[in-house]
Design a binder for this molecule. Structure first.
Ligand SMILES: C[S@@+](CC[C@H](N)C(=O)[O-])C[C@H]1O[C@@H](n2cnc3c(N)ncnc32)[C@H](O)[C@@H]1O
Length: 268
């Protein structure tokens, strides 16, 4: 019997997995037509403010629809290299300047974004110190992560994935944006998503599978990281017009996107 993590990985990223097959029915602030333009502008401004000599590369890991990179291709500097890292096939209408690859560039300088990537990285679910199997029965003894950080979902897979991704950045800024919890708000969060609505998690590729990101552990995974809420990070954003005002309200809503964590690390 597979572990939940193995079943989750196969369901999303196996040869016939949901993302491998090109399903893109997730809804994020970068796919929502209300919030996407303003959030893209804010993220592009952050990239622009990153002091890097020489070649500048923007890498979006878990790039999804490529919406952010499309924005950068349209509104950003013409000499930046743009790279989408994805398991899913290249979106049809993406700007030809954007490279679409399965692995991060070996080494780069610039801006690394992971927007709602890590919640989709499969993890071990732990019950009574044992890794849970797909059928709910107990498997092998769990690793040390849940002892240290608490809760029933072993966040080490996300910490490792993020640490590895940031390891490719020589100079610049790395930013992970995701919904999550910290030690005081830790709770079981494994959820299936179908047609934008939560559903019981099943591991047959018929739904997306996500779990909240342990933001405190993520920030501790890379020395020098800062964890803040999106609400706070966007406090000084100035808006023009009604549409941007409602976008900012949605992006700073403490019960919605505003509660998302920004884990940022600057490599100088
Ligand atoms: C919820 S979507 C987010 C997409 C986009 N960043 C956004 O915010 O709209 C997560 C994406 O991460 C991709 N993904 C997950 N693990 C990955 C990995 N190890 N390498 C590349 N892409 C990955 C999935 O295929 C999926 O498209």
């Amino acid at each position: 019997v597979r572990t939940v993590r193995q079943a989750w990985d196969e369901a999303l990223y196996g040869p016939a997995g949901r993302f491998t097959a090109g399903h893109r029915d997730f809804a994020t602030a970068l796919t929502d037509p209300v919030t996407a333009p303003l959030l893209s502008r804010v993220l592009l401004d952050l990239a622009r403010s990153t002091p890097v000599d020489g070649d500048f590369t923007v890498v979006d890991v878990g790039a999804g629809t490529g919406a952010f990179l499309q924005h950068v291709a349209t509104c950003g500097p013409a000499d930046w290299r743009l790279v989408g890292v994805e398991r899913a096939p290249r979106p049809a209408a993406l700007d030809p300047r954007v490279a679409w690859v399965a692995e991060l560039p070996l080494r780069f300088r610039g801006f690394l974004l992971a927007h709602e990537w890590l919640d989709d990285v499969p993890l071990d679910v732990v019950r009574d110190g044992r890794v849970m199997l797909e059928d709910g029965s107990p498997g092998a003894a769990a690793g040390p992560w849940t002892h240290g950080w608490g809760g029933d979902e072993d966040g080490s897979a996300r910490d490792d994935a993020w640490r590895a991704a940031v390891g490719h950045l020589d100079r610049g800024t790395a930013l992970a944006v995701d919904y999550g919890h910290t030690r005081t708000t830790r709770r079981p969060t494994l959820t299936g998503w179908r047609d934008g609505r939560p559903c019981r998690p099943v591991y047959d590729g018929s739904c997306d599978l996500t779990a909240h990101v342990a933001l405190d552990s993520l920030a501790a995974a890379v020395p020098g990281s800062r964890l803040s809420s999106q609400r706070d990070r966007l406090a000084a954003v100035e808006t023009r017009g009604l549409q941007e005002t409602s976008a900012l309200r949605a992006l700073r809503d403490p019960d919605g996107y505003g509660g998302y964590g920004w884990v940022q690390v600057d490599r100088r």
